[in-house]
Design a protein around this ligand. Structure first.
Ligand SMILES: Cc1cc2nc3c(=O)[nH]c(=O)nc-3n(C[C@H](O)[C@H](O)[C@H](O)COP(=O)(O)OP(=O)(O)OC[C@H]3O[C@@H](n4cnc5c(N)ncnc54)[C@H](O)[C@@H]3O)c2cc1C
Length: 469
């Protein structure tokens, strides 16, 4: 998109707080760090959604099992507490990506994904998790004719796999959310819920504690080794010996070397506006509170909050040489300005609306853009990662699979090709950085040329590494 008014966009950013909006408030008192030598049945590493769901489901499956969760900092501080809050039924990062990767089992994956989203809704209600769970659905909008052509095919495609999405023309889409940029769109009414991500993470933490999971925050696991019939986890002030270990460490440096070639940390950024006035709300519509995403290869995702702010994120996806994950990268003024410019182009009627928060977070990107699993240490350790920016919903499914794998159970889930097969690994640096950078530029170029993919993207498509959500 061209930059309509950099001066106005910069002015709208002047007072931002560089902290995730969702985490900018009182936090629960931290659980104590692990001190001394402790034994358990199941150790879970990582206090994001993957670890939290795994711990919770483990207790639900077997209340007598002892479960200990170890988290480097505080539960939910990372991606799980700072994301867009789109909780999607899709396990494959969209139907088209699923069709490209797992055509033979996509109908099963879609069904399991819908059951998974129902399971999340049920758990939120059962544990009284106050996370503003709203099954609003998602509106995918076209802002260029080639995007509209692609979206028009979705209702038929979705129907083949048991889903239901509806094509809306420009007037119908604009009647839902008023933007002069919309040329059409599709509405997935049932397959996506909106949540407050940090309150979901903290609610899951509370649910885990209520079932007796022992949580230790500020407890980074520094190493993992076989120990008799179990596995020992080394931490700064203690050692945890577990019969089984589930790893949910997302894009952070992995505890198993083998994981490092499958995931690269890619930075994603978001802004939050101040609350809209009554007049601004009337101008923009949005009565059904759908999540919205536009449909370029580089896309924005946006939604409203309880108090009618707008979260506006996405577009730039930034990889730093060597896979850096340090906190300083949370701030990216260039991207914040670009996002603010795109916002004002999408919603000219909201001119003058200011942003209050700007932040970044890490996405665990893998070459198939959807989760993968693996085991180590003779099946005593299992890991899941690779959601590539769509893990709010899929992380619960990942937890189910982790528990199946650790139990050595043959289930419908473990029989899936998606579970059995790994993504293609990334090459080592410096080829890794060059490849990611080349892809980023080629994707931006394709968006500028009516979606036409150049030789690099066509090569990736041919070897099964292209992205199509
Ligand atoms: C800005 C942004 C927007 C996003 N928007 C969406 C969205 O709208 N919808 C969607 O579906 N997905 C979205 N995502 C992706 C989604 O947030 C993630 O897929 C999901 O949160 C992954 O959960 P996780 O538990 O695997 O990882 P995380 O939440 O990153 O948790 C991993 C945890 O492991 C801990 N850890 C790592 N190493 C160790 C160690 N050695 N010892 C102890 N603890 C360790 C970390 O401290 C961290 O807390 C977004 C992500 C970002 C960054």
């Amino acid at each position: 998109m061209p930059a309509p008014g950099s001066g106005a966009a910069a002015a709208a950013l002047v007072d931002v707080r560089h902290t995730p909006y969702w985490l900018d408030g009182p936090a629960p008192d931290p659980c104590p760090a692990l001190i001394g030598n402790v034994d358990t049945d199941l150790a879970v590493v990582g206090g994001g959604y993957t670890g939290l769901w795994t711990a919770l489901l483990a207790k639900e499956r077997d209340p007598g099992r002892d479960v200990v969760l170890l988290e480097s900092r505080e539960v939910g501080w990372a991606a799980s507490g700072r994301n867009g809050g789109f909780c999607s039924a899709s396990l494959t990062h969209g139907l088209r990506n699923g069709l490209d990767r797992f055509p033979a089992e996509l109908a099963t994956l879609e069904r399991l994904g819908r059951e998974n989203l129902d399971g999340i809704e049920d758990a939120v209600a059962r544990y009284g998790i106050d996370c503003s769970f709203e099954r609003t659905g998602e509106l995918s909008v076209a802002t260029a004719p080639w995007q509209a052509d692609e979206l028009r095919e979705l209702p038929d495609l979705a129907a083949q796999f048991g889903g239901k999405v509806e094509w809306l023309d420009a007037d119908q889409v604009r009647a839902k959310v008023a933007s002069p940029t919309y040329l059409g769109g599709v509405l997935d009414q049932d397959g996506v819920a909106m949540v407050d991500p940090a309150r979901l993470a903290r609610g899951l933490r509370a649910a885990c504690l209520s079932l007796g999971v022992r949580i230790h925050e500020n407890t980074p696991v520094q190493g993992l080794e076989s120990d008799g019939t179990g596995v020992a986890l080394r931490t700064p002030y203690g050692r945890l010996t577990a019969r089984r270990v589930a790893l949910g460490t997302n894009a952070f440096p992995p505890l198993l070397r083998r994981q490092s070639s499958y995931v690269v940390p890619v930075w994603d950024y978001a802004l939050m506006t101040e609350p809209l006035t009554e007049a601004q709300r009337a101008a923009v519509g949005w009565a059904d509170r759908h999540g919205v995403a536009d449909s370029g290869n580089l896309f924005h995702y946006y939604r409203v909050t309880d108090d009618w702010r707008i979260l506006w994120g996405g577009y730039d996806a930034v990889y730093h040489f060597g896979g850096r994950t340090d906190d300083r990268l949370d701030r990216n003024p260039e991207t914040f300005l670009r996002l603010a410019e795109h916002f004002s182009e999408t919603f000219p009627e909201l001119a003058g609306l200011r942003f209050t928060h700007a932040w970044g977070g890490i996405i665990d990107t893998c070459s198939r853009f959807s989760a993968f699993w693996g085991t180590a240490k003779g099946g005593r350790v299992a890991y899941a990662a690779g959601y590539t920016g769509l893990g709010v919903g899929a992380s619960r499914f990942a937890g189910q699979v982790l528990l199946d794998l650790l139990a050595g159970e043959q289930t419908e889930r473990t029989a899936l090709e998606m579970v059995r097969r790994k993504p293609m690994p990334f090459p080592p640096e410096p080829v890794r950085w060059a490849g990611v950078e080349l892809t980023r530029r080629a994707v931006a170029k394709a968006d500028a040329r009516e979606g036409r993919r150049g030789p690099w993207l066509r090569t990736l498509d041919a070897v099964g590494l292209g992205f199509d959500s």
